[in-house]
Design a protein around this ligand. Structure first.
Ligand code: PHE
Length: 373
């Protein structure tokens, strides 16, 4: 459609009069008529449309009969005339519709919608509860000035174990049922690949890259050769934390984790620290929080103890700093100290959302996942 009044009032000359050419020429005109009828927005436009198409002196139909019908060879006149009449009927119909009678019943029926039908709901994605929990943990520490680091899931024996102070053959290696990559016997042990059993190797990777001070959290996926049950999965997620600076003490560790647990589970939550063992921290502790289900009175969830064990932590072992010092001599245990912690994201998500089967997180059941949207 064009708004140019001159071209509106002219029709092109026809050079060919065979059926195909006529079909094309009349179809184009009918389309133009429909377009300009569709744009009619008031009585004045109705009159303009009438003049443009049916005006006796200058209307397009007059133009068509003047230019095309006259120019047509005798044998084409009949079929041209039929098409002309059909076009005229179309234009008159459009004019009738436009001048008050509104759209035809047929047009209305074609557009009718059944408003009682349910709409088409567009599904919007949402964060997976594990991602959501992971981000929440990370942001608690981000607010304390921690940055975020990542490392590879396929790790070397050196980073996963040796540099974390699990010497070759150390019994503590057995506590982390490791999945190793096959056929690597030719390689030295420290270079052999495995699926990382914890996010702790990223502590070492971070320290090798930057001198102290370090404040970093490391979210990520870890793998263990564990049989799946209601609370265990061979693949799960951890958030690791590492803080290294001058004069970092166990009090800093306690204060930081107490704050983090309150931020994650509510300000009435209490924490307590139990002696534990990790090769890469000394002293080491397990952190327990007061049972968020019974408030500490004792219930089935906390096995009547009032406490729930949630994460591991400790002061960075000087032996770990010694490994870091091979690349960054500023990790001198006489000058600096630090703490580290590691928590299981699934476990925290299960507590926060009252999920009793870890497998629900991985089953991909939209009815489960949709509850966290
Ligand atoms: N890496 C330990 C684990 O997976 C957790 C931990 C991290 C403990 C940091 C102490 C310090 O069990």
């Amino acid at each position: 459609m064009t708004n140019d009044p001159i071209s509106n009032l002219t029709v092109p000359s026809l050079t060919s009069f065979d059926e195909a050419a006529l079909d094309k020429a009349f179809a184009a005109l009918a389309a133009q008529a429909r377009d300009s009828a569709a744009a009619i927005d008031g009585p004045e436009a109705v009159e303009a449309f009438r003049l443009e198409w049916l005006g006796r002196k200058q209307g397009r139909l007059t133009d068509v009969s003047g230019k095309w019908l006259k120019a047509a060879p005798a044998e084409a006149k009949k079929s041209l005339g039929q098409r002309f009449n059909a076009l005229k009927t179309v234009v008159e119909g459009l004019l009738e519709q436009a001048s008050g009678s509104g759209p035809s019943d047929a047009a209305l029926a074609a557009e009718a919608i059944d408003i009682t039908l349910p709409g088409t709901r567009r599904l919007t994605g949402s964060e997976h509860p594990i991602t959501k929990t992971l981000n929440e943990i990370v942001s608690v520490f981000a607010a304390l000035g921690y940055s975020v680091g990542v490392g590879p899931e396929v790790e070397t024996d050196y980073y996963n174990f040796e540099s974390m102070n699990f010497p070759p053959g150390h019994p503590a290696r057995d506590t982390q049922d490791t999945l190793v990559v096959a056929n690597q016997e030719r390689r030295p042990l420290r270079d052999r690949l495995l699926l990382r059993t914890h996010t702790s190797p990223v502590q070492m990777r971070t320290m090798e890259l930057q001198p102290p001070p370090v404040r970093i959290v490391i979210p990520g996926k870890v793998h263990r050769n564990d049989a799946a049950d209601a609370t265990h999965s061979p693949i799960f997620h951890q958030v690791e934390g590492l803080c290294v600076d001058t004069n970092i003490t166990f009090s800093d560790l306690k204060g930081t984790l107490d704050h983090a647990m309150k931020a994650l589970f509510g300000s009435s939550v209490k924490t307590r620290f139990f002696p534990s063992f990790f090769p890469f921290t000394e002293p080491s502790a397990d952190v327990q929080i007061s049972c968020i289900f019974c408030g500490g009175k004792g219930c089935r969830k906390c096995k009547q103890s009032g406490w729930i064990e949630l994460l591991g932590c400790g002061m960075v072992d000087p032996a770990v700093f010694a490994f870091a010092a091979e690349k960054q001599p500023t990790y001198d245990p006489k000058k600096i100290s630090g703490f580290a912690f590691g928590m299981g994201v699934e476990r925290i998500a299960m507590m926060k959302y009252g999920v009793s089967e870890i497998g629900q997180f991985y089953a991909g059941d939209m009815r489960f996942l949709g509850q966290f949207a």
